[in-house]
Design a protein around this ligand. Structure first.
Ligand code: FER
Length: 304
């Protein structure tokens, strides 16, 4: 038994990642400080990669596969008091004759509803995985997690951190009902997932583990300091064990925020809560997040 011990797909899963600064997210070319946000990085024996780098072209549009559709929708938010935007991917052959699982995919502090689209080309990434039989056809919703009237990533983006907490109500009370009214969705908890990067990773921990009757699949990548303490998020170990279908955590080993994910991993390990812990050689950056989405997407909504 080495490192973290969790059996995922019959394999020992251990991963960790690192997180640089949020404002760097919008521009993959922008230079970053080594380590980015956060403090010193101390790596332990569990903090190793469980997956390889994705194959070449994993997020490039392929001419020889069926394509899904990416559209921008508006929904009425009682929480914020505005009409809010979300990018929605529907898979190839989307049909109202079927009911689809839904992944809610959240951005970081410098991002918005277009962030994932900009750097991960999720329509191509999902088209390719679905064509190869590696991901199940799913709807992917990429909303704006900054739940305030002006939700643009402007000025001092750190000042909008409280609005990322407010998004819990927007998500549960406004967005999910709007998605389930507009699309052909299987609305059982086993068919609803939440994942995200950095602030969106913290939101995934907080809203996912905090609402296990709503979400069964949780994927925080490079979680930020908005992550609540593990003891608060998981007051009932047995309940978490029985309700979680997958808790998939990643971070880069050059990410100064890795301590947050390491702490969560240690709590989960100590309490015997199965999870994936994947630590790659990246930082708080789009390469790590694209890779994490690539691998998480091949587990979500699939029983082991
Ligand atoms: C912080 C460092 C990083 C913080 C948030 C972040 C709220 C978010 C980073 C990101 O979303 O990329 O201290 O406090």
């Amino acid at each position: 038994m080495k490192c973290l011990t969790k059996q995922v797909f019959g394999v020992l899963a251990v991963i960790c990642m690192m997180t640089p600064l949020a404002v760097a997210q919008d521009n993959p070319e922008r230079p970053r400080r080594p380590g980015g946000f956060g403090g010193p990085i101390e790596l332990g024996p569990d903090d190793v990669a469980f997956y390889d780098a994705p194959p070449e072209g994993f997020k490039t549009v392929r001419g020889n596969v069926a394509h899904g559709k990416l559209e921008m929708i508006g929904y009425e938010s009682k929480t914020v008091g505005t009409t809010r935007k979300a990018n929605v991917y529907t898979p190839p052959g989307y049909s109202t004759d079927k009911k689809y699982p839904v992944l809610y995919l959240l951005h970081g502090i410098g991002g918005d509803e277009n962030e994932w689209v900009r750097f991960a080309t999720p329509n191509a990434l999902f088209d390719n995985l679905i064509a190869d039989g590696k991901a199940v056809p799913m709807i992917v919703v990429m909303p704006n997690g900054r739940a305030q009237k002006n939700d643009r990533a402007e000025g001092n983006v750190m000042a909008s951190a409280p609005a990322f907490a407010t998004f819990e109500r927007d998500l549960l009370d406004d967005l999910i009902p709007a998605i389930e009214a507009k699309y052909s969705v299987d609305n059982s908890r086993e068919k609803r997932a939440i994942a995200g990067l950095s602030m969106g990773g913290g939101q995934s921990f907080n809203f996912g583990l905090g609402n296990l009757d709503t979400f069964a699949w949780v994927g925080p990548f490079s979680a930020a300091p908005n992550t609540k303490p593990a003891e608060e998020l998981i007051p009932n170990i047995e309940n978490a064990k029985s309700k979680l279908k997958l808790l998939w955590i990643s971070c880069g080993n050059k990410d100064g925020l890795i301590r947050i994910s390491q702490n969560m991993h240690q709590f989960l390990k100590k309490n015997g809560i199965e999870h994936v812990w994947h630590v790659d050689d990246h930082g708080h950056d789009p390469v790590h997040w694209s890779s994490s989405l690539y691998w998480f997407s091949q587990s979500v909504f699939q029983d082991k």
